[in-house]
Design a protein around this ligand. Structure first.
Ligand SMILES: Nc1ncnc2c1ncn2[C@@H]1O[C@H](COP(=O)(O)OP(=O)(O)OP(=O)(O)O)[C@@H](O)[C@H]1O
Ligand SMILES: [Mg+2]
Length: 408
């Protein structure tokens, strides 16, 4: 910043006009472009004199940074400048001056979501669900765009979600985590409240873009119930950490205007284990998300979205038919297996009855046979005559017959 309060980058001069807000670790000014200072290269956005911009000022001490860190940060600034998505606040320019980084970005004439939520809370009003879905789709689109470029937000919260006067979403402070040093980010996290931080960040584990899904879930909860999902009674940071790590998500019982579909989505986005938490691609599969995605698309692009949607609906219909046919075949198979089974049971029962009758007959014959044999033996013994071979043969024949019958 020059002595007269003007902010100078290598490309433009900016005149600060007002403070738009203060964050945990810096502030944001409204400024206007005075004039260019250097040539604009092909990929850079040209700013007309008088254009309103927002300039974020954060502590940035290059003296404590290695050369590698500095070149990584300026590389990240370039990456951010190339990002261009309707739901992401654009980065235009940046400057480093007296241990501060000035990030020049698109000025959003509107309000941040934390202010909107506070106003609703005070007025005892709710945000209609239709509005919530429309905002949610745009927030997801903004983050999906970043994730597809391997950039995390890492600090998504209502204060970083801007709503324009037209009611559209612009996510701010995108990629700041990649520009600022680890120490500055850690200090910001300590100064600010970790209400929207995922369990894996709090517990110091490795993390990926699922941390942003968690943060969207936490913001979504707050849009529905006008309070953060985890609010410890004694309001200490430690108690909040414990709730984020261990406490199951609960919905206030007295609030009935939020649909089950929306509650289910919140619950899945606030799944503690990141590997079981959905990705944004999965979130877009929710039927309501699809519906609002189509509604959001400008009319000239709607046909493409609708035809994609139709193609998907057709393929689902085909799959449904195939499953129905398979189901029908399985039902027929089951019926014929049942009939076969019944026939088999009847057959076995017939055999059981046969063998019961047979065994009964065999037992009766054995009794008769042994009586006959015993009588013959007794007679033979009395007469002192040897047992005739034919009667012995008849006995063994009978025994073989009996044992076969009982064995079977
Ligand atoms: N591009 C912008 N256009 C208009 N207003 C903005 C813009 N960016 C930020 N603001 C306003 O400035 C406020 C402060 O922003 P800042 O990013 O410094 O703080 P924060 O988001 O609350 O916290 P943090 O420092 O953690 O990001 C925001 O809440 C918002 O109201
Ligand atoms: Mg911010």
């Amino acid at each position: 910043m020059a002595g007269n309060g003007v902010i100078l980058s290598t490309r433009y001069e900016y005149q600060p006009e007002a403070i738009l807000g203060k964050g945990a670790f810096g502030q944001v000014f409204l400024a206007s472009v005075i004039k260019p200072r250097g040539p604009i290269t092909g990929s850079e956005v040209e700013l007309e004199p008088g254009t309103k911009v927002a300039i974020k000022m954060v502590p940035y001490d290059t003296a404590t940074m290695s050369e590698k860190e500095q070149s990584r940060a300026s590389n990240e600034v370039r990456v951010m400048r190339r990002l261009n998505h309707p739901n992401v606040v654009r980065h235009f320019d940046s400057a480093i001056w007296q241990k501060h980084l000035y990030i020049v970005m698109e000025y959003i004439d509107g309000h941040d979501l934390s202010t909107i939520l506070e106003t609703k809370r005070r007025a005892h009003e709710v945000i209609p669900e239709d509005q919530i879905w429309r905002w949610l789709v745009q927030i997801c689109l903004a983050l999906h765009n970043m994730h597809s470029r391997n950039i995390l937000h890492r600090d998504l919260k209502p204060a970083n979600i801007m709503v324009t006067k037209a009611g559209d979403i612009k996510v701010a402070d995108m990629g700041l985590g990649r520009i600022l040093t680890q120490e500055t980010m850690a200090a910001r996290t300590q100064c600010g409240t970790p209400l929207y931080q995922a369990p894996e960040i709090i517990s110091g584990q490795a993390y990926d873009n699922k941390v942003d899904v968690w943060a969207i879930g936490a913001c979504l909860y707050e849009m529905c119930f006008l309070r953060a999902p985890f609010v410890p009674r004694n309001n200490t940071q430690m108690a909040l950490y414990r709730q984020i790590l261990d406490k199951d998500i609960r919905f206030p019982r007295h609030i009935t205007h939020v649909s089950e579909g929306l509650k289910n989505l919140i619950t899945s986005m606030l799944t503690k284990a990141p590997d079981r938490r959905p990705r944004l691609d999965d979130v877009f599969q929710y039927p309501m998300m699809k519906r609002y995605l189509v509604a959001l698309t400008p009319p000239k692009d709607q046909s493409a979205v609708v035809s994609n949607y139709d193609a998907e609906a057709h393929s689902m219909e085909r799959e449904n038919k195939r499953l129905k046919a398979e189901n029908e075949k399985l039902r027929r198979d089951l019926a014929s297996t049942r009939a076969e089974n019944d026939a088999l049971v009847a057959h076995v029962n017939q055999w059981k009855a046969f063998w019961a009758k047979h065994n009964h007959q065999v037992a009766a014959s054995r009794e008769a046979g042994s009586e006959f044999f015993d009588a013959a033996m007794m007679l033979a013994a009395r007469r002192m005559t040897p047992v005739s071979p034919s009667s012995r043969a008849r006995g063994s024949h009978m025994n073989a017959y009996l044992s076969n019958g009982t064995q079977n």
